[in-house]
Design a protein around this ligand. Sequence first.
Ligand SMILES: *[C@@H]1O[C@H](CO)[C@@H](O)[C@H](O)[C@H]1NC(C)=O
Ligand SMILES: *[C@@H]1O[C@H](CO)[C@@H](O)[C@H](O)[C@H]1NC(C)=O
Length: 387
Amino acid sequence: MSNPNNLQHLIGFVLLLSQFFIFLSHANVPRPSFSNLLDVSSRFPSLSFEDSYSVLWGEPAISEDGNQIQLRLDDHSGSGFVSHDNYLYGFYSASIKLPADYTAGIVLAFYASNSDEFPKYHDELDFEFLGNVKGKPWRMQTNIYGNGSVARGREERFNLWFDPTTGFHDYSILWNDEHIVFMVDNIPIREMRKSEALGGDYPSKPMALYATMWDGSPWATDGGKYPVNYKYAPFFTSFRNLKLIGCAANPIVEEQQSDQCKDLENQSAIRAAEMLSLSSDQLAALKWVRSNHLYYTYCDDKGRYSVPLPECTSEASTPVAKKRRPHKKRSGRSTHSTPANSGQRERNLIERTEGLQIERSQTGLREGFSLPISRRVPHKGNRKTQQ
Ligand SMILES: *[C@@H]1O[C@H](CO)[C@@H](O)[C@H](O)[C@H]1NC(C)=O
Ligand SMILES: *[C@@H]1O[C@H](CO)[C@@H](O)[C@H](O)[C@H]1NC(C)=O
């Protein structure tokens, strides 16, 4: 053992062995039978576009019966839609089919937010899909912001266990006063339970639902290396089975509204016993997804949070990713080209975004994913079309 070469070999061997066991523990989560899973989505009715949404910007195509919507991105504009109302707690869901082939630089966001009403301390729940070059898969990430916690990104990134461009899949967010659950085809992929320690970081003000498709060329794919290529435009993302349940609430009159929302019928649907915690089948499915398809979680990012955020260490926290991908440092800015008709408000948004971006790169944070979607999409101008 006195030979330093031997010692090096031994250390190398031990490291290899530990990698092997990490690999084993990883591969050992059996794929559960998803047929036992509670079909959460079928509990709630689909709504037609006119009943619940309006066009936010651009020119989405809406089918005659109002049950299918296509967001469009071309070299002229992206597009988006937004719910008429804000909802205090809710179930937000849609079946979505993403565009195929070359989609680098494209961002498709399906999210709840109240940044229009509370620009300084908004809440946000995000599904975000990032396009890719031909032959490489879309990537999906989720994020949660509560009461303006914009300095604390809670990103988690997943690869999908299916091709999201060949068929429709359900992407859903259940949000009540016990927990937030992100689901894909009713399979829970992420849960955040409400706790004292989270304080205001647990979203608890009414939010509207948004779907937007836009050009994220400067950062979305490999840190901006692959921008949108409009040779392949127009790009379409299709939506159907739009579901939106909750207590429609005026976000400004907060407290009064939350009383009003306490025992309405819509609340009981999202507060039914099986909506308040995950069953053992759901937990098994959650574990399977997180062991096999989660490749980044903020909980595991020691470089970013030397003291993990409260939910990462609590009993209730969900398992963390074991595999780590090296993170490239992103250079450049994270805003994207501004759709036509953008007004002063939108310019402000961009400026604010850039300000934050600079701050972030100075503190050594990475990838520009850490901004709320609502601060990256300069589109809010024509929202106020209804009373
Ligand atoms: C949210 O932030 C506002 C403004 O900072 C603060 O007054 C309020 O108490 C916070 N709410 C919660 C639930 O923490
Ligand atoms: C309950 O949900 C339905 C469907 O979204 C909606 O039309 C209705 O306005 C909601 N009721 C309340 C009181 O929010």
